[in-house]
Design a protein around this ligand. Sequence first.
Ligand code: FES
Length: 129
Amino acid sequence: MYTEKVLDHFQNPRNMGELEDYNGMGMVGNAKCGDIMQMFIKVNDDGIIEDVGFKTFGCGAAVATSSMATEMIKGKSVDEALKLSNAAVVEALEGLPPVKIHCSVLAEEAVKAAVEDYHKRKEQEEQNK
Ligand code: FES
């Protein structure tokens, strides 16, 4: 049912855990299954995501997709991260069963929410200057 890549990312999640010095955090959930995903990003002055972490309270596919998503945005600019689609995450995992596609949507949304939060914090910082 699951590809080896999915099982690998589920069993050995990359970048798992909260970052201590993040400057962007997104938390999203799926009302139907009740799963929750939190994404932390540390963006440097050049707008590059230097570090990323995640916490997922949910199914195995949600863990695998969040793990893969963190790998795909690490070292990228925030603009590039916004372009990450759930389809690209699924492709990188070499497929997901149809009933699990929504889990990858959660990963895309979590990345977008983290980038949004980063922009908001930056705006506030500018205002407080
Ligand atoms: Fe809902 Fe996987 S079953 S995120």
